[in-house]
Design a protein around this ligand. Structure first.
Ligand code: SF4
Length: 356
């Protein structure tokens, strides 16, 4: 019998008839001005002139990991593991700047079971009950469920009971197994990623969606990735946003093999995401930590309507060579937005307006 996630992947006809087909996307890729105009028009139709951001804090609770992803510069043999009180201190500092979200993720530390992950959520939830807990990638959920000898659904039930409100849709990289075998052979497969995400959505746990681009994948691989996200969204409506994550080439073994996109390609990718995912995924987010604030601002004219989070702590891009800081204040976010002729809006994780 097919599981829910299998049927999402198989059900080709479930993608909205209003969405643009692959041939047209390929044509647009080679006509940047047409692509730019269309992305900007669709952004206007979906989100008007508002550009949102969220006040949040990233907490990477460990960099110890049994994984072997070739693009990773975060994993370390001299690893740290934050204690409960260190995690709570970080949440308290986030609350002081009026953060609404904590994003909790880490490496795959040996033998971590579902109870370990639940304990971290419970500690934060009990001490800061109003903080939205956005935590654990599909890889972490698969890892904890395997180590605990339980299925994905049981792991998610326990996490939700412990305070999990939503999940980062990271570990997606490129959802094409031939690419995954080259860049992260031990990571979960495309089918497994879809299974974790759709199970979470069906249980009322929304997630973001992401793509790691600019390494060894082709344009066609990126289009297949979009297609999978669209099929899932048609069925579950569980994606809150799509975030493009440009590959950072520093300090990892994939760097020398990567194609390294130029500025135009980065801008085109953001525009293509808006067009490819329209009208199913409304919010297209740029990563200011990876692209830098100037280029992040420029993407606002190429289909983007969200600047992401203030973060406070950013270890993953920095370890791969990002020169950006760890924190953008709400005022700096607003400045970038207003300087590009748009209206700033502070949102929460679920894209509800906090302040405009
Ligand atoms: S990307 Fe994540 S899972 Fe992969 S090696 Fe790095 S820390 Fe481990």
């Amino acid at each position: 019998m097919l599981s829910v996630s299998d049927s999402v992947i198989m059900n080709m006809s479930s993608v909205s008839r209003d969405s643009i087909d692959e041939r047209e996307l390929l044509d647009l890729w080679h006509q940047p001005l047409r692509l730019f105009r269309l992305a900007n028009r669709l952004r206007q139709a979906s989100c008007r002139d508002e550009v949102s951001f969220v006040i949040n804090r990233n907490i990477n609770f460990t960099n110890i990991c049994v994984g072997s992803c070739k693009f990773c510069a975060f994993r370390s043999s001299y690893g740290y593991f934050l204690s409960e009180s260190e995690i709570l201190e970080r949440v308290a500092s986030a609350e002081r700047i009026k953060a609404t979200e904590i994003c909790l993720q880490g490496g795959l530390a040996p033998e971590m079971v579902v109870e370990d992950y639940c304990e971290m959520l419970e500690a934060v939830h009990q001490n800061f009950p109003r903080m939205h807990l956005h935590a654990y990638s599909p890889m972490e959920v698969l890892y904890m469920s395997r180590n605990s000898g339980i299925d994905i659904e049981d792991a998610l039930i326990q996490l939700k009971r412990s305070g999990l409100s939503s999940m980062p849709g990271t570990a997606a990289e490129i959802l094409v197994d031939s690419v995954r075998r080259r860049i992260c052979p031990e990571k979960l497969t495309t089918m497994e990623w879809c299974h974790v995400i759709t199970t979470a959505h069906m249980m009322g746990i929304p997630s973001t969606s992401t793509m790691l681009y600019g390494h060894v994948e082709s344009l066609e691989d990126r289009l297949k990735h979009f297609q999978i996200l669209k099929r899932i969204q048609c069925q579950t409506h569980g994606f809150t946003e799509f975030v493009l994550l440009p590959f950072m080439a520093g300090n990892n073994s994939l760097g020398p093999l990567a194609k390294k996109p130029d500025i135009l390609e980065h801008l085109k990718m953001h525009a293509l995401s808006r067009v490819a995912l329209y009208p199913l995924i409304t919010n297209i987010q740029v990563s200011w930590t990876k692209l830098g604030r100037d280029m992040a601002g420029a993407t606002l004219s190429w289909g983007v309507n969200d600047l992401g989070g203030t973060l406070m702590e950013e270890n993953i891009s920095r370890s791969a060579g990002s020169k950006e800081g760890q924190y953008l204040s709400p005022q700096e976010m607003e400045e970038i937005i207003v300087n590009h002729g748009r209206k700033a809006a502070q949102r929460n994780t679920l894209y509800e307006l906090v302040r405009s």
